[in-house]
Write a protein that binds this ligand. Structure first.
Ligand code: ATP
Ligand code: MG
Length: 251
């Protein structure tokens, strides 16, 4: 079952083409990693899926609901309320944790389920404690973000995104602001989600994660998907010279 379908998406910033005719389908249970050099359009692609950017042309469908389609060469979006509903199907985790500093961890996690999904507070709290268990931070429920390490903040951010029960998790370089040690704890948390078959699209510079945990790896260059394959084939038998050059440059 297709959870995310991106068809011929182009995104321009003025005269600059950040995404050039990108098509990508993510099936339920897949963990798709996106790699590529700086400026290749990886973040822009995630931001278009989460409506933080609007596409110039193309079509995006999330869990069967059309976020945007193109009519007569123009991108057409549904009404705001419908867009918001579609966006609750995607959970986004950014490079910089974006927790609410004035809320405890548990309140960070329950705030959207209570206010947006209208889930009763006690039920939201029980679910939040379960999710804190998933990310290994039950004992930090009442701590504030300032009292946590970078890796812990990121794990709370992951729990907060999961609390909305998204159909797909979008990660934009979730470990690149972390030191190697805390990177490992966040990577193993995400690996656990992969094992639980949580569908995800993850932009990463962490080639170990892409190689060991992703079910598919996508290489982007200058706004296009140039090659995609299983981790084994993509890393061990890269075909496109630009992918070969990229892989050589990071080893
Ligand atoms: N709001 C914007 N206005 C103008 N240009 C933008 C904007 N956002 C992104 N770009 C340009 O689009 C291109 C793709 O940017 P994007 O952030 O998607 O790259 P990226 O692959 O995520 O890079 P990195 O690995 O450095 O995060 C870049 O050249 C960037 O300068
Ligand atoms: Mg980026």
């Amino acid at each position: 079952m297709s959870i995310l379908n991106i068809e011929h998406v182009t995104k321009k910033f003025g005269g600059f083409t950040a995404l050039n005719d990108v098509s990508l389908n993510v099936e339920k249970g897949e963990a798709v990693a996106i790699i590529g050099s700086s400026g290749s359009g990886k973040s822009t692609l995630l931001r278009c899926v989460n409506n933080l950017e609007r596409v110039t042309t193309g079509k995006i469908t999330v869990d069967g609901k059309v976020l945007v389609d193109t009519v007569d060469g123009k991108a057409v979006y549904p009404k705001e309320a419908e867009i918001r509903t579609i966006c609750t199907k995607t959970g986004m985790v950014f490079q910089h944790f974006n927790l609410f500093p004035h809320l405890s961890c548990i309140d960070n996690i329950t705030s959207a389920p209570i206010n947006v999904l209208k889930i009763p507070a006690e039920q939201a709290r029980v679910e939040a404690m379960r999710l804190l268990g998933v990310v290994g931070l039950t004992e930090k429920a009442d701590s504030y973000p300032a009292q946590l390490s970078g890796g812990q903040k990121q794990r709370v951010a992951i729990a907060r995104a999961l609390a909305m029960n998204p159909q797909i998790m979008l990660f934009d370089e979730p470990t690149s602001a972390l030191d190697p040690e805390t990177t490992n704890e966040v990577v193993s948390t995400i690996q656990k989600l992969v094992e639980q078959k949580i569908t995800m699209l993850i932009v990463t510079h962490d080639m170990r994660f892409a190689r060991n945990s992703a079910t598919r790896v996508i290489f982007m260059d200058e706004g296009s998907i140039i090659e995609q394959n299983t981790p084994d084939k993509l890393f061990n038998h890269p075909e496109n010279p630009r992918l070969q050059a990229f892989l050589n440059s990071i080893h």
